[in-house]
Structures are given as structure tokens and as C-alpha cells.
Design a protein around this ligand. Structure first.
Ligand code: ZN
Length: 738
């Protein structure tokens, strides 16, 4: 594979992974199975290994887990919280053990169940719980102390005496199956949405905010937290633990009153470890809680520290993930949806069925060829497979169960939303697309939602629902947005009359009132006028609403957020322009290199392609995009509304301690997040880049720095250790006697 090809695949994978993370975080749409997600990460790792210059500092392979703190204040972990690498078969498991035992023949393996919950870091100072935090990105998590103290198995004070000054205990917070059932029962009785699976429920419960809620609601929050369980599975910061092994630590933690799983075993050799894995694979449904695999750790600390860690996971531990579960259900229909790029994707509407702990009612079928290859007919009984808690895959039909009433799926010839004739974008493409890019409601809706997403302008009020309301309202008959050009011209007055059909989050079908059978209609941007509101005054300067209605909080908030979004950095606007192949990685590179949209628009294809992380495919895509007149209309309209499409030069660039220096930061730097370290370099006048070359002035290497440190050594580029980073920022290289 050539560099160019690899680069465009890395870009695509990165964008895909970030989108999945985003969906996961919002918990409103689950787009891929864990297995699929893991496969994407693995593929990206492979490519980054083959082409180290493509491994950006913000690559998802360097991020641990999904979390990005927002709900609660950030807490820095005293020691990094790693995630685990996975294996999926006995062969891979054996290979991992053999490798370790060839170097460390005395290695013993501690086996424990991989509970499907939420990782938590508990910090105890002299035996008192001082903070509880989620994993977050592994370096910084979210503070959930207020909620964690209500979980019965999390002690606020440790039992016994002689506790260390500081110890971090790592555990998993989860619902037992009984507790989960009870929770959903209560949700149903209260008329609230039930949770799809125990993991989402645990995560949701620990992240509840009770502030500002009524007493009754707060009691519900406390009830849910009281139903949670926790099991410890490790330690973080702990100077001089009085034991020499993982199992020894569990012994100490247990003596302090912390819950240790009864299923932990220390085993020697491959056969007993595999036996342990197989035993729980066949009895997993008899346990009181869900598991998705087994975690195997080298027990002895001296071997653990020799093995060390990669940038995201320790080498001395591995997760064996159990294979996805399979069930059968009926394929009720195959319908086609059109996305923001115009791609028409058939997906299966299934008779709801529970698999791997959650209810499933739709699955993507990718394109008409996939439907044909799978050989499924509408009406078939189909086998579906699912790992973890997300959308499943259809494996194929159960042919024996056919009755003769099944019918074949026919790919429609025209776009289900705008009626344009579907066609491949170039000869030989399998995917069919709606060519009406400018005005197809499905595409405009998708683009507007993309603008609001975390990788775009990150506008909280502009999600799936409001994107649909702005582009396809029931009323007014002409939607406020027929393209995204007018986005920043929207006003409260314009939002006010919008009425929308309430749609099912899963199927997109309009919901019907169970009594009247009529579709349910909502006006999201207004509410009934109340006595406490000002009296209706049609002559008021600010839009007053009507005699019966006033604009809702959501309307004011959306307008306010749109106003603030105008000053977002250039790269976010580049992503938000929905230019094909331009995701956050390329957008950041382009913004860093050119500084303004005007400069990018004027650059030649060669100039664009030369930018690190851009390349020819993206360069051509940019050039083509700028040639389309309605794209220019978007830029003009946004500019007229106050978007500058420029990044202000960093104030300290001239004369900073790192002025004129090109610096690569790699590995974890204590006290800095990934972005934070680069930001600090920039603020000191330096230019942070992601790959080491002969043009690199120096490399700052923290724990976990791997290939980049090696490359720097090979090229003779000076290396600054992480603990000298702040001195470097303050005094420049001269302060370090390199
Ligand atoms: Zn269309």
C-alpha cells in the first residue's frame, strides 16, 4: 500500500472512530458493535505502525476509552488509567502467554471476570475517600464523588489502620442483573425510558446530576445509585505497596473493606488459563452480572514493570473478549435511508429481540450488494449477531423457515426523501447516492447535524432533533434552512413557529398518540404563556411571541450557542463545511498551515497536498468543493453573519521561549493533556507537529513514548524528558543544556 492510500484510509478511519465515540458519548445513537469498533482501532494501529508519520498526536489510538469530560469537573488521575488490549481467540491468548513466558518463565497469571460496567478511580488519602472519578481519557476523568459516595460498596473510609498517605483504587461500577431489572421496572412505572443494557444504565446513573432537581427526583437519583455495585480490579498511584503481586494487592484491598470479586484465580501455564476462560464462557449467564470476557494479568509486580506499557495499554494484561451472541428474529422490512453525503443505505427493520442484553430492532445492510450476498428476503427469519451493547449484524436467513410469502428487496431508483434518481458517484461504485446535494432534505439535515457535532462546531442545541426541525418542519411549509447557508441568520422569531412530528429514535417513524391514533406533533421552540411571563406586547422591541405562546428556553439557547459558535477556530469551520474527506485531522493541519479559509481557497493543489496529513485526495476534494457556486454562497452568508474563517495568530508567537522551533510531544506528560501540551508549545511560540523528521528541533518524550523516541534517536534529534517540559516552556532549550 502506498503512502497516499494509507493516508486517506487513516483519515477515513479517524473520522469514523471519532463519530462512533461521539455517538457513544451522547448515548443517543449506537452505530457499531464493540467488535466493529475494535476492528477499526486495530486497522488504524496497523497503518500507523507501517506509516509512523501518519500517527498524529491526537490519533484515537492514543486515547483511552471513550470519555471526554463535560458533565462534571475534570479530575487528573495521580497515575494514568490505562485501557486494555483485546484478544478474541484461544490462539491469540496462547500467543500472548507464550511470549511472556518465553521471557519470564516464572510468570503467573491472575484471571478475573471482565464485568461490563464503568471504570472508576477512587482516591483515598490516609484511608478517607477524597475523590471518585471516571476514566475519561486515562489522564483526566470526570469527578463523580458526589454520586459515588451513595454507592453502597464504595466505602468512604477504609477499614483497619496504617493506610498510605495516598492510594488510588480502580474498580468497575455495575448493575447486577436483578438490580437492572428492578431499575427498568421503576423506569417503566414512572413512564421513563428503559435502559438498553446494564452498562448504559451504570454509566447513566453515575453521571446523573441531582443539582437543581426536585426532592422527589433527587430521591430517585439516590435510589439508582444505591442499587449499583462495585468490584475492585487494581490500583493506581500507591508509593511502596507492602506486597509484590496483583493478588497481594487484592488481599490488602479486601482487608480494607473493599469488594474483591470471588472469581479471581492465580494460575500457572496456558491450559488452566484457557480452562478458566472456557468455564466462564459456558456459565456466564448463571452469574449475577453481565460479563463480556475475562481479564488476564501477569501477577508479579517485578515482571509487570519489566513488561511496561504502550501508549494506551499495559503489556502485562490482556482482555479475552467472548464471541458475539447470536439469535434469530424476523426481518419485517428493508428500508433505505439517505445520509449527509447522499449515500443511500438499506437497513433492516427487525421484530424486536433481545440479544447480548439489549433490544435490537434495526441493523444496517450497507448497500444492495450486501443484501444480495446475505441472501435475505423480506419476511425471512434471520440470524443476527451482536457483541456488547450496540447495533447487530445480520448473518443470513434461516432458509428452512421460509413459507413462500417472502419477497425480494428491490433497491429504489429514486431518493426516498427528494425523489432524485439515485446513481453511483462514479462508474464502478457500489454505493448509490442522491445527486441532489444542495437541497435534498436528508442531506441538508445530515450536514446541519454534522455542523453541530463535537467534531464540528460543537453546538449542544444542534443535534439530530433540532437539525430535523430546522430542515423538515411540519410548519412552516418552507423550512428555515433549505441549505446550511442561513444557519447563522436564524432568529428566535424564526424558530418560534416550527412544529415537528415526533419520531421514534430507532426507526424514524412518526409516533402516534395511542388513544387517537393521530401523529404526535411538537413545537420545540415555544411554550404556553404563563402568568409569570410578561404580558403580551406586540410593540415590544424583542420578539414577544403571541398572546398564547412565548419562545422557549431552547430557542434562546440555540440562538445564543450559534452566536458563540461564530468565533470557533478555523478547523472546526473546515469540518463544518462538509467537504468530502476533510475530517478533524486534515482540518487542523490545513488551519495550522494556512491560517485562513481565503488562503486555503487560493492555494494550489500541490500546496494543499504538501501539508502533512492532507495529501492529494483531500487537496482535490478541496479544489472541487470551492468551485461549486452554492458552496461559495454558504461561505458568503456565514461571513456576512460574522464568521471570520481566520485563526488569530497566537499572542506569544513572537519572542516566546520556543519561538521558531518545531517540537514533537509524545507519550504522556504529567500535568498536561495531549492537546494541552501542544497548546503550551504553541503559546510559547513553538510549532507543535506530530511526526519526527530531520526538521524537528526537539522531541519531548513522556511515559509511553515509543516509535517517536526511537525515530528521534535515529535522526539525532535531541530528546527532552517529560519532567523538564515546564522548564523548556519557560526558558527554551538553552535552559536545559542539551
Ligand atoms: Zn435526495
Amino acid at each position: 500500500m502506498g503512502f497516499e492510500e494509507a493516508r486517506s484510509e487513516v483519515e477515513r478511519l479517524t473520522e469514523q472512530i471519532l463519530a462512533l465515540q461521539d455517538a457513544y458519548y451522547r448515548q443517543d445513537s449506537l452505530l457499531a458493535s464493540d467488535a466493529d469498533y475494535d476492528a477499526l482501532i486495530r486497522r488504524l494501529q496497523e497503518l500507523e505502525e507501517a506509516f509512523p508519520e501518519l500517527a498524529g498526536a491526537d490519533s484515537p489510538t492514543r486515547m483511552v476509552g471513550f470519555g471526554r469530560g463535560e458533565l462534571f469537573s475534570p479530575v487528573e488521575h495521580a497515575a494514568r488509567m490505562f485501557s486494555l488490549d483485546n484478544v478474541f481467540s484461544d490462539d491469540e491468548m496462547s500467543e500472548w502467554m507464550t511470549k511472556i513466558r518465553s521471557e519470564h518463565p516464572k510468570a503467573q497469571f491472575l484471571c478475573e471476570l471482565k464485568i461490563d460496567g464503568l471504570a472508576i478511580n477512587l482516591r483515598y488519602q490516609r484511608g478517607q475517600l477524597v475523590s471518585a472519578a471516571t476514566r475519561g481519557d486515562g489522564i483526566t476523568g470526570e469527578d463523580v464523588t458526589e454520586n459515588a459516595v451513595l454507592v453502597p460498596s464504595i466505602p468512604q473510609a477504609l477499614e483497619g489502620s496504617g493506610h498510605p498517605d495516598l492510594v488510588e483504587v480502580r474498580g468497575e461500577v455495575f448493575f447486577t442483573l436483578d438490580a437492572f431489572e428492578g431499575l427498568n421496572q421503576k423506569q417503566l412505572e414512572a413512564g421513563d425510558k428503559v435502559f438498553a443494557n446494564p452498562r448504559n444504565a451504570a454509566s447513566g446513573s453515575l453521571r446523573q446530576k441531582s443539582e437543581g432537581k426536585s426532592e422527589a427526583k433527587r430521591a430517585l437519583v439516590a435510589d439508582r445509585l444505591a442499587a449499583l455495585s462495585m468490584t475492585v480490579h487494581g490500583m493506581g498511584a500507591w508509593d511502596d505497596p507492602p506486597v509484590e503481586s496483583q493478588s497481594g494487592v487484592y488481599g490488602v484491598l479486601e482487608s480494607w473493606g473493599l469488594p474483591v470479586s470471588p472469581h479471581v484465580s492465580v494460575l500457572e501455564g496456558e491450559a488452566p488459563v484457557l480452562e478458566y476462560i472456557h468455564r466462564f464462557a459456558s456459565t456466564r449467564h448463571e452469574l449475577s452480572h453481565e460479563i463480556d470476557g475475562v481479564v488476564v494479568k501477569v501477577d508479579q509486580f517485578d515482571i509487570q514493570s519489566t513488561l511496561g506499557a504502550t501508549s494506551r495499554a499495559p503489556r502485562w494484561a490482556i482482555a479475552y473478549k467472548y464471541p458475539p451472541e447470536q439469535v434469530t428474529t424476523r426481518l419485517l422490512d428493508i428500508v433505505v435511508s439517505v445520509g449527509r453525503t447522499g449515500r443511500a443505505t438499506p437497513y433492516a427493520v427487525l421484530e424486536p429481540v433481545t440479544v447480548a442484553g439489549s433490544e435490537v430492532e434495526r441493523a444496517t445492510l450497507h448497500n444492495q450488494d450486501v443484501v444480495r450476498q446475505k441472501g435475505v428476503l423480506i419476511g425471512d427469519t434471520v440470524v443476527i449477531r451482536k457483541a456488547g451493547d450496540v447495533i447487530p449484524e445480520i448473518l443470513g436467513p434461516v432458509v428452512d423457515k421460509r413459507t413462500g410469502d417472502e419477497r425480494e428487496f428491490v433497491m429504489p431508483e429514486s431518493c426516498p426523501e427528494c425523489g432524485a434518481t439515485l446513481a453511483p458517484s462514479k462508474v464502478g461504485d457500489v454505493d448509490l447516492r442522491c445527486p441532489n446535494q444542495q437541497n435534498c432534505p436528508a442531506q441538508v439535515r445530515g450536514r446541519v447535524e454534522h455542523i453541530g457535532s463535537r467534531g464540528g462546531l460543537d453546538i449542544e442545541g444542534l443535534g439530530e432533533v433540532s437539525a430535523a426541525a430546522l430542515t423538515q418542519p411540519l410548519e412552516p411549509s418552507v423550512p428555515p434552512l433549505v441549505t446550511e447557508a442561513r444557519l447563522f441568520d436564524l432568529s428566535v422569531e424564526e424558530l418560534f413557529p416550527i412544529r415537528v412530528l415526533v419520531r421514534d429514535a430507532d426507526t424514524g417513524e412518526p409516533k402516534k398518540d395511542p388513544e387517537t391514533g393521530e401523529p404526535i406533533v411538537q413545537a420545540p421552540f415555544r411554550r404556553k404563556r404563563q402568568k409569570s411571563d410578561p404580558v403580551y406586547d406586540p410593540s415590544a422591541q424583542e420578539f414577544p411571541g403571541t398572546e398564547d405562546w412565548v419562545p422557549s428556553k431552547a430557542a434562546y439557547e440555540l440562538i445564543d450557542q450559534l452566536t458563540k459558535a461564530r468565533s470557533q477556530p478555523l478547523w472546526r469551520f473546515l469540518v463544518s463545511l462538509n467537504i468530502r474527506h476533510v475530517g478533524p485531522v486534515a482540518a487542523r493541519a490545513l488551519a495550522g498551515e494556512f491560517g485562513s479559509l481565503a488562503a486555503i481557497a487560493q492555494a494550489s493543489a500541490d500546496d494543499l497536498a504538501r501539508v502533512e496529513g492532507v495529501g492529494e485526495t483531500i487537496a482535490h476534494s478541496l479544489i472541487e468543493w470551492f468551485q461549486v457556486s452554492w458552496h461559495q454562497d454558504i461561505i458568503d452568508a456565514w461571513r456576512a453573519a460574522g464568521v471570520s474563517f481566520e485563526d488569530a495568530p497566537t499572542a506569544l508567537t513572537e519572542g516566546g521561549a520556543l519561538s521558531g522551533l518545531t517540537i514533537v510531544v509524545t507519550g504522556s506528560i504529567p500535568g498536561f493533556s495531549r492537546d494541552g501540551a501542544e497548546e503550551a508549545v504553541r503559546a510559547a511560540g513553538g510549532k507543535p507537529t506530530s511526526s519526527v523528521s530531520k526538521n524537528t528541533t526537539l522531541v519531548v518524550a513522556g511515559e509511553g513514548a515509543g516509535s517517536k523516541r526511537a525515530k528521534a534517536e535515529q535522526l539525532g534529534v535531541p530528546i527532552v524528558e517529560a519532567d523538564s517540559f515546564t522548564t523548556l516552556l519557560r526558558e527554551g532549550p538553552s535552559g536545559l543544556s542539551l
